[in-house]
Ligand binder design. Structure first.
Ligand code: NAP
Length: 312
């Protein structure tokens, strides 16, 4: 039987990914939306989460797609009403509020899932399996995209808690923390902040690795032309490049594409919703905050460098 789902925060990612993934899956029935301005044709809509929770006790799961800062209040309301909760990335605005949500879910005996969609990209699992047991020499993340193309009109990204270039950069960190067998920790970061913004437009990060491998990341929102979402890895037994955000992979320069028609073609969001259905059935919680911890560390340790104002 399908789980009844309410989707809250009907904007770009809800329309691009969540609604198609939910409506295509036999696990789910899109039973309601919660959004202050938007509605979805044929689906009962609410402007207020408390009103939805009161009116629809049949809805078991609430999936939250709004930006991170307002998300906590929605998640708390849903958990306190005994509903399972699925969180877009990043799972919240601070680590402490995410830990508080996990504690609420445990107390209520419901599932909570901090999703990391990039971990579900087609070739991430293959990269993880290849890397296991090899000695890492270096890992370099290059995540450079044009903010005007990918985030048009998203003023929240430039406000405190909106993460700036770490909004896409945290996707790279979610892959790194998934595929690396050993934990890393941040040792330095430079944050390039436009003089009219509260969040960085670019950042460089350096990490310590337990075996001394070079691990670094470069994020830039100012990239026009070719866009890069790459992770280049050197080991003592060869090299691996994940590109296009984890959708493509090459080992020693040879492309290894997902098998046609195979599981890899199902896509990131269908996998996230399949995992959420599994968590609810099993009564489990998946709240890995490690990508967000690295971002928090970058803000803690980061050297602020003021750069030219950003004008969309
Ligand atoms: P968005 O379109 O700017 O916002 C989504 C919706 O959230 C808005 O349409 C708005 O709906 C609601 N919202 C905005 N501010 C709010 C507030 N203060 N209180 C309550 N609701 C508010 O953003 P998005 O691109 O979908 O991104 C949302 C989340 O998804 C972010 O965490 C982002 O990192 C993640 N994400 C985005 C993408 C992408 O390609 N865009 C990809 C993966 C993940 P109403 O005004 O109708 O309430």
């Amino acid at each position: 039987m399908a789980f009844k789902l309410a989707l809250a925060g009907i904007g770009k990612i809800a329309r691009d990914q969540h609604i198609p993934a939910v409506t295509a899956s036999p696990d789910w029935e899109l039973a309601a939306t919660v959004s202050r301005h938007a509605t979805v044709d044929g689906i009962q809509s609410y402007e207020d989460v408390a009103a939805m929770l009161a009116a629809r006790p049949d809805i078991e799961v609430v999936s939250l797609c709004m930006p991170p800062v307002p998300r906590f209040d929605y998640a708390r309301a849903a958990l306190q009403a005994g509903r399972h909760v699925m969180l877009e990335k990043p799972p919240g605005a601070t680590l402490s509020e995410c830990q508080a949500l996990e504690a609420m879910a445990r107390k209520a005996g419901v599932s909570i899932y901090a999703t990391w969609h990039s971990r579900e990209a087609a070739m991430v699992a293959t990269a993880k399996a290849w890397l296991a047991g090899k000695r890492l020499e270096s890992l370099v993340v290059t995540w450079k995209e044009d903010v005007r193309k990918w985030h048009p009109g998203q003023a929240w990204i430039w406000q405190a808690g909106g993460l700036g270039v770490f909004d896409p950069g945290i996707n790279a960190l979610s892959i790194v923390t998934e595929i690396l067998p050993d934990p890393i920790h941040l040792t330095a970061s430079d944050l390039f902040i436009p003089e009219n913004c509260e969040t960085p437009i670019a950042a460089t990060l350096a990490f310590a690795h337990p075996q001394g491998a070079h691990v670094s990341a470069e994020f830039d929102f100012r990239k026009e032309g070719d866009q890069f979402w790459n992770i280049a890895i050197e080991t003592s037994e060869g090299s691996l490049v994940l590109s296009e955000g984890g959708a493509k992979l090459a080992i020693d320069g040879v492309p290894h594409d997902a098998a046609p028609g195979g599981d890899a073609l199902k896509g990131e969001y269908p996998r996230l919703y399949a995992r959420m259905a599994d968590l609810v059935r099993a009564g489990e919680i998946d709240m890995d905050l490690s990508p967000m911890a690295h971002v928090a560390d970058a803000f803690l340790l980061g050297r602020r460098i003021t750069v030219a104002p950003f004008v969309e």
